[in-house]
Design a protein around this ligand. Structure first.
Ligand code: GDP
Length: 298
């Protein structure tokens, strides 16, 4: 299926290399654990998380009195499932209306993810309004409009350079008057003017809090899986500035380093809600840790 295909590159680096190592070792020793740790680190699981996984794996090997290297694979799979935990990919959109604010650095796949999420919600018979609040780039407004047309949802936009707060304000009024279910806000992502960007985002949040005080709000941070450990530092920056309630991890199909999912889950304490495994509208999947580990080890 799509998930398996999307994780193919990662599977090739993690699982196939693990298999090779386990077959080539006659016994379980320190060197074997070092090889496994190296594989995890090269697939972007992160140094700390990889060390923790291997430490726990050693304990599991001891407890189960495993002596055959081939038996280690099952234990590693168990350990990865535990590290990922039980995922909750459900969006907090309980109230009508509710708001999803989508943040992230330019190029990570923010617009595409908004289009895909709008598509999912539309298919659940929800009335969606998009707010084109990345007014910094004309292309961002145009692209969001293309997605709105493709999916068949409303969009509120102003011209390039307009006040993003004004776009959001208008979008909120449209949501109210059209009796819509969900407002999805695109936002700017020019990180080189970090301070201004964070101020702009905070203003958007203030307007939404003021205009829709009682509604459910979800702040999704979009991260590009191909940027590896950079994604972790972006999550920290946005998390501190605006608070993030969920992560959308895009382009997993384009990387052999899908171990970043494991690093994010264990280091950030923010749930991964969606993963992107391709460019089409149905290539965004709710993240399920069990299915993820199964696809990786199948
Ligand atoms: P934005 O600048 O963050 O809004 O990024 P865009 O939404 O414009 O996406 C940048 C590029 O990444 C586009 O070419 C998208 O088609 C592509 N993209 C987004 N998500 C995925 C994904 O999950 N897989 C792949 N392969 N490409 C993606």
């Amino acid at each position: 299926d799509k998930l398996k295909r999307g994780l193919k590159k990662t599977k090739n680096t993690i699982t196939e290399r693990i298999d090779q190592v386990l077959v080539s070792f006659g016994k379980i020793d320190e060197e074997l654990f070092e090889e496994l740790e190296e594989i995890l680190i090269t697939s972007d699981v992160g140094i700390e998380t990889s060390m923790k996984i291997i430490e726990d794996l050693k304990k599991k090997v001891k407890e189960t009195k495993t002596t055959d290297p081939k038996g280690v694979k099952k234990l590693l799979k168990e350990e990865l499932s535990e590290i990922l935990g039980t995922s909750n990919s459900k969006l907090n959109i309980e109230t009508k209306p509710s708001v999803i604010i989508v943040v992230g650095v330019n190029g990570v796949g923010k617009t595409t993810s908004i289009g895909k999420i709008a598509n999912v919600l539309k298919s659940q018979n929800k009335k969606v309004v998009l707010a084109a609040a990345d007014t910094f780039r004309a292309a961002a407004i145009d692209q969001l409009e293309i997605w709105a047309e493709r999916v068949g949802v409303d969009i509120i936009k102003h011209s390039e350079g307009a006040d993003p707060g004004a776009v959001v304000y208008d979008a909120v009024q449209a949501v109210k008057s059209r009796n819509a279910d969900v407002l999805i806000c695109d936002t700017a992502g020019r990180l080189h003017t970090k301070k201004n960007l964070m101020e702009e985002l905070k203003k958007i949040f203030r307007i939404i809090d003021r205009e829709l005080p009682e509604c459910s709000k979800e702040t999704l941070l979009v991260l590009d899986a191909t940027t590896g450990q950079n994604a972790i530092s972006q999550a920290k920056t946005f998390g501190e500035a605006v608070g993030v309630t969920g992560i959308v991890l895009t382009k997993l199909d384009g990387t052999a380093k899908g171990g970043i999912v494991i690093a994010i889950s264990s280091e950030l304490n923010i749930p991964v809600k969606f993963i992107g495994v391709g460019e089409q509208a149905d290539d965004l999947q709710p993240f399920n840790s069990t299915e993820f580990v199964e696809a990786l080890f199948s």
